[in-house]
Design a protein around this ligand. Structure first.
Ligand code: GLU
Length: 271
């Protein structure tokens, strides 16, 4: 059986490049199909947590800024504006299918102590039991990498792995702009081959994973590998796949071979 066909509780991470156009405006077609497929899977009995980026990108566009600001205060301001817009759209679209969503904004500080961790863990459990779809992002307004490397997750790949641990997910799915992890850079090497399954992350794989992917987001393959390591160490499988078609989620839950699967270590239970 594949990881997808066994999974009932899913965490899905969607990055800025899947949610917005390069000019920062919302890609309504993508968001609409994402919301439709998630709602359908939710109706079918899956419990789904969505980790959504896009706050800074959408804020930049809404404020009419020409580019992602380098200044921390401006970035925080853009995130505050963009997060609001993003949740407004999600709430409206999910409501069309009768699905209730919740906004969960996290910083590392919120889960640093055991009792804080348990508190957030309990909130996720309560939301999922009530059939709510939590939509998670880093609380970029108070937590910025530049201000505090210890407090900040820095990127939503890492955040999504932590969320998968917090809600004891069966599977973390990370949507990205390529099919998965390749044995060489597919953008420059035509012979690069997709790696369909990873059982252990070694130095060779780390060397293959390069820097950040696109200008709009922060994550690249390197942060995805760290996220995979976090998941695998906690007994959670992780899948990276191309997220331009939300319908790929159906293939995943039906157990079809998609993207790169980082298989959890057998015998481990969730952290
Ligand atoms: N939290 C950031 C945002 O919403 C994105 C971080 C990331 O994509 O890794 O803009």
């Amino acid at each position: 059986m594949s990881a997808g066909s066994e999974a009932r509780r899913l965490v899905l991470k969607v990055g800025t490049s899947s949610l917005t156009y390069p000019n920062g405006k919302l890609n309504i077609r993508c968001i609409e199909s994402l919301v439709r497929v998630i709602s359908d899977l939710h109706n079918c009995g899956f419990e789904i947590v969505l980790v959504s980026s896009g706050a800074v990108g959408v804020g930049v566009s809404k404020l009419g800024l020409l580019a992602r600001p380098a200044d921390i205060r401006m970035k925080q301001a853009a995130a505050a504006v963009g997060q609001c817009e993003l949740m407004h759209i999600y709430d409206k679209m999910f409501l069309e299918y009768g699905v209730t969503v919740a906004q969960v904004l996290l910083t590392r500080h919120n889960i640093a102590k055991a009792e804080h961790y348990a508190n957030v863990e309990g909130s996720f459990e309560a939301l999922l039991r009530m059939g709510v779809v939590p939509i998670v992002n880093e609380n970029d307004v108070v937590s910025t990498e530049e201000l505090d490397e210890i407090e900040s997750f820095g990127d939503n790949d890492t955040l999504s792995a932590v969320v998968a641990q917090l809600c004891h997910a069966d599977l973390l799915i990370i949507f990205t702009d390529i099919e998965g992890l390749y044995d060489a850079n597919p953008r420059s090497d035509p012979n690069a081959r997709l790696i369909s399954r990873v059982d252990a992350i070694d130095d060779k794989l780390r060397a293959i994973a390069g820097g950040p992917g696109t200008a709009g987001g922060t994550g690249g393959m390197a942060t995805k590998l760290s996220a995979a390591q976090l998941c695998m160490d906690s007994g959670i499988s992780m899948l990276i796949c191309k997220g331009d078609r939300a319908e790929v989620l159906y293939d995943i839950v039906e157990g079809k071979k998609v993207g790169t699967l980082f298989k959890k270590k057998e015998g481990l239970t969730h952290a």
